[in-house]
Design a protein around this ligand. Structure first.
Ligand code: G4P
Length: 289
């Protein structure tokens, strides 16, 4: 699959993609939405609910290896309250994916039952993957699909041209995922996608980015972060994100003439160290937001 994180979304693209997903919906029984566990809000598509209507959905909180463990659980609970099953997974190593097939079967149990009642001996149900660019769709498909694609047969409702991967004896997956667009109009969404590298080569204000990041950090401080800047939790009592950026700049001797702190340099340092994983696993968005 091509690397497409730099896709420019225009209204025309969105309409076309929407139509494509809607036409595939007729062929499938469940939608698997992949989102980024660190930014579940920014990495999900606001129009998906309207696009898929009543189709059952399973949510994969991917890249859970890079997110905060208790936040992952908070998100699972949040989705559960809405009647949606969500699984934290790491498609790079496959961690958590052992629960994938049982979860799909659970969601589709009534449907399997109905098929069997109709006299269909070995019912096969189908799913499709959707998600924004760079969220891990190809990694997921490579992990769960068996080597060969399912044979294209003349089954009712299956048009030629659609290729299916076999993922178990009773489940198949459409080979092309639906690539969704993020909600770019929202500045925070753009920032958070930039944090995680989902959008690259974008002109972003590094100070704004670092302040927003430090704001999230202050809500969920990690021992690694404190250690990195030789800070104690008590030092941060009542401290705002911008002040923290100044503290970091001062600690690292980043001064400009007149003794002012070079907050732009400090911002670059913070973002570089975050992306290098120096601050531990950090989730930037929580359910209550
Ligand atoms: P896409 O099809 O949705 O566009 O995403 P893709 O699978 O290409 O994944 C995008 C990047 O995210 C890849 O990194 C991939 O390895 C990484 N990735 C996917 N799932 C996970 C996960 O659960 N955990 C972690 N840590 N990373 C994940 P890349 O930098 O493009 O390639 P590489 O570093 O793997 O070579």
């Amino acid at each position: 699959m091509s690397k497409n994180q730099n896709i420019q979304w225009f209204p025309g693209h969105m309409t076309k993609t929407k139509r494509k997903i809607q036409s595939s919906l007729k062929l499938i029984d469940v939608v698997v939405e992949i989102i980024d566990a660190r930014i579940p809000i920014s990495s999900s598509n606001p129009d998906l609910a309207e696009i898929i209507q009543n189709k059952p959905k399973l949510v994969l909180l991917n890249k859970c290896d890079k997110a905060n463990k208790s936040a992952n659980q908070e998100w699972v609970n949040y989705y559960a309250k809405k009647g949606i099953k969500a699984l934290p997974v790491d498609c790079k190593t496959g961690r958590g994916l052992n629960k994938f097939i049982p979860s799909v079967r659970e969601i589709l149990s009534d449907k399997f039952e109905a098929q069997k009642n109709k006299g269909i001996k070995n019912p096969i149900l189908r799913l499709m993957i959707v998600g924004i660019p760079n969220v891990g769709k190809s990694s997921f498909i490579n992990r769960v699909s068996k080597q060969s694609r399912a044979k294209v047969e003349d089954r009712p409702g299956v048009t030629r041209g659609n290729q299916w991967y076999t993922i178990s004896n009773d489940l198949e997956m459409l080979d092309t995922p639906g690539v969704l667009w993020p909600k770019f109009e929202d500045e925070k969404v753009g920032l958070h996608l930039a944090f995680t590298g989902a959008v690259k080569d974008q002109v972003i204000d590094i100070e704004l980015l670092a302040i927003d990041f430090l704001d999230a950090m202050l809500k969920n401080i990690t021992p690694q972060f404190l250690e990195r800047f030789k800070l104690k939790e008590a030092d941060l009592d009542g401290v705002q994100a911008y002040e923290l950026l100044e503290i970091i700049g001062r600690k690292r001797g980043m001064l400009i003439s007149g003794g002012e702190i070079d907050t732009e340099r400090a911002a670059n340092l913070v973002m570089d160290e975050y992306r290098d994983g120096k601050f531990g696993n950090i989730t930037l968005e929580f359910p209550e937001e």
